[in-house]
Design a protein around this ligand. Structure first.
Ligand code: ATP
Length: 249
């Protein structure tokens, strides 16, 4: 029997309101876009988590290049994008840390803050989850959090592209999304809510090519990018860097 949720006689699944259940959403957010907002809102609803903590990454080592927008600009765009969502915190701890962004350090700190009983649910895209075994001390991540996996439309299922070792590790850990917010750590669930196949790369490339980005990010974020001309020179000035798809470890 899980600690925090029970089926009532009327067949409703109820969450113990005393349990803290927090959806954690880490990313580079260079910039935040409609895929991010859709997956965060969908994941909160599906997993029954009651708070959203957004963690913009400092120096994502696996990425092969630094973000183009400044940390302040990435935070400002997140504030605009999530202004209408209740119970949201933008947590800048990774921006304040020097050196590469280790998700494990972040989770360790958050576990200490919220205590052993809290449910911590790390929201992640399917592409990143399929390669989570490349993250620093990846198995330890599951001792601190659960994972809610959002799949981009048209993207392969992460388990179809995961390594044999990762598939074996995950075999006994899958659960349904509604259970995530009731378990402290150790499980994962695939989310059902559709997520538009937008990426930050699309937006940066479109800005570099002087194309419209309307509809790819919230209007306020598009206004901010245009006003501050953030991505117009974009990756052209970072030709020494090789981009990869991974964003943290
Ligand atoms: P980039 O194009 O620069 O690699 P991104 O669009 O993947 O960026 P990130 O900030 O790196 O954005 O993403 C944070 C998290 O959100 C990652 O786990 C990523 O896989 C996931 N994600 C981003 N966009 C989507 C999407 N459209 N559908 C599902 N997951 C997504």
């Amino acid at each position: 029997m899980d600690r925090a949720r029970q089926w009532t006689n009327s067949g409703r699944f109820v969450v113990d309101p005393r349990l803290k259940s927090i959806l954690l959403f880490g990313g580079t957010f260079d910039p935040v876009h409609n895929g991010h907002t859709a997956m965060a809102i969908g994941a909160m609803a599906e997993s029954g988590t009651s708070q959203l903590t957004i963690l913009p990454a400092g120096n994502p080592y696996q990425r092969g290049r630094l973000p183009i927008a400044t940390p302040q600009q990435r935070v400002a765009m997140l504030e605009i994008a999530f202004a209408q969502v209740i119970n949201v915190v933008i947590d800048t701890r990774e921006l304040e840390r020097s050196g590469p962004t280790y998700t494990l350090d972040t989770l360790r700190e958050l576990r200490q803050i919220h205590g052993d009983e809290a449910s911590l649910v790390w929201l992640i895209g399917g592409d990143a989850f399929a390669r989570i075994d490349t993250w620093h001390k990846w198995q330890s991540l599951f001792t601190f959090a659960n994972f809610a996996v959002a799949i981009r439309q048209e993207e392969p299922h992460p388990l179809h592209i995961a390594s044999v070792a990762l598939k074996a590790y995950l075999a006994s850990r899958q659960t349904g999304a509604p259970t995530l917010g009731a378990l402290p750590c150790g499980s994962y669930a695939m989310l059902k809510a559709p997520v538009p196949p937008v990426s930050s790369t699309d937006i940066r490339v479109r800005m570099m090519n002087h194309q419209s980005i309307r509809g790819l990010a919230p209007d306020g974020v598009c206004d901010y990018i245009e006003q501050h001309k953030i991505y117009e020179l974009g990756e052209k000035i970072q030709v020494g860097y090789q981009k990869t798809d991974d964003n943290r470890h």
